[in-house]
Write a protein that binds this ligand. Structure first.
Ligand code: DON
Length: 304
């Protein structure tokens, strides 16, 4: 299939539509991005690559990184992950506090902020150098050693992260945070600040399209059964209270971030990453969502 041509055609089509999205402003450092940036990249499990636009420019991957932290924690701990975080879609905003009280400090899933903060707590318990180790893990998945945190973005998040601090304190009061709050949040804010380009994101998610094995290195990251679960969680929880819409319109497991990136996985076939910074009211890339809907419709390549 001529994916490059399809990318160009969809881009041209979407250029005619007014972008109703707004760049994330609640993190000052993210608000500086050019809203007209647009990139897309697809890598197949066989290693074929297709790209368009600003695909090689790094952006803040934000919550896309929550998949990396979850997979690393899942691969490290044997038992108690599911006692501490659930596997249900929350149906609420990514930073919502409302369910935590009735759920006794157990977040609904690892991809809402509360769930990702519990995963960070697990990584702090399990790893000697969690920040270095998560970077090493992502560099290993992507094969690209220059991937790094952006300290300005991490600081910007820290200085405005009052809701996230409320989440971690509330969960600590229920006993679901075991480590020092500052240490856990340092990992969380840095995790969100990681910068990658579309190609690097697609490449590092490819093991999820390949039964848990990194195709180009042969390294097994997750068993096929755990890979199924990771994809299932992305399908049901990857877009917060828009997860149903993404499933309905795109039909692939995926994950978004407030930097405007979205990655989607077609098991046994490919990973596709699209980046367009303006966000819809749910915090997902406005044009990224439209682009992927159009892509799976034109190619008739979805899992459903
Ligand atoms: O915790 C935050 O607010 C951000 N660093 C991450 C949020 C995010 O990307 C949610 N995504 N859609």
């Amino acid at each position: 299939m001529d994916y490059n041509k399809i990318f160009e055609d969809i881009y041209t089509e979407l250029s005619k539509i007014d972008n109703k999205g707004v760049v994330a402003e609640y993190i000052p450092e993210l608000s500086k991005i050019d809203p007209n940036k647009f990139g897309v990249q697809l890598t197949t499990v066989e290693g074929d690559k297709f790209a368009f636009g600003d695909w090689d420019e790094r952006f803040s991957i934000q919550s896309i990184a929550k998949v990396f932290s979850y997979v690393l924690a899942y691969s490290l701990i044997k038992s108690d992950l599911w006692d501490r975080v659930g596997v249900e879609p929350s149906g609420t905003a990514f930073n919502s506090l409302v369910q935590l009280e009735s759920d006794k400090g157990i977040p609904r899933n690892p991809f809402i902020n509360a769930g990702a903060i519990v995963v960070c707590d697990i990584l702090v318990s399990e790893l000697e150098k969690p920040k270095e180790d998560i970077l090493t893990f992502i560099r290993e998945l992507s094969g690209i050693n220059s991937i790094n945190f952006n300290s300005r973005v991490a600081e910007s998040e820290r200085s405005t992260g009052f809701t996230n601090m409320a989440l971690v304190n509330f969960m600590k009061s229920f006993g679901n945070i075991h480590n020092d709050i500052e240490e856990v949040m340092d990992l969380y804010f840095n995790l969100c600040s990681i910068e990658m380009n579309c190609m690097e994101v697609s490449k590092s998610f490819l093991f999820l399209a390949n039964n848990g094995v990194v195709p180009y290195s042969g390294k097994s990251i997750l068993s096929p059964s755990r890979t199924k679960r990771a994809n299932a969680l992305m399908q049901s929880c990857g877009f917060y209270d828009e997860s149903g819409q993404f499933t309905f319109k795109v039909g692939l497991p995926g994950k978004s971030g407030v930097g405007g990136g979205i990655v989607a996985v077609h098991p046994q076939r490919y990973c596709i990453t699209v980046w367009s910074p303006p966000l819809n009211p749910k915090g997902n890339s406005y044009k990224g969502m439209l682009f992927l809907e159009e892509f799976t419709t034109r190619t008739e390549l979805s899992i459903f």
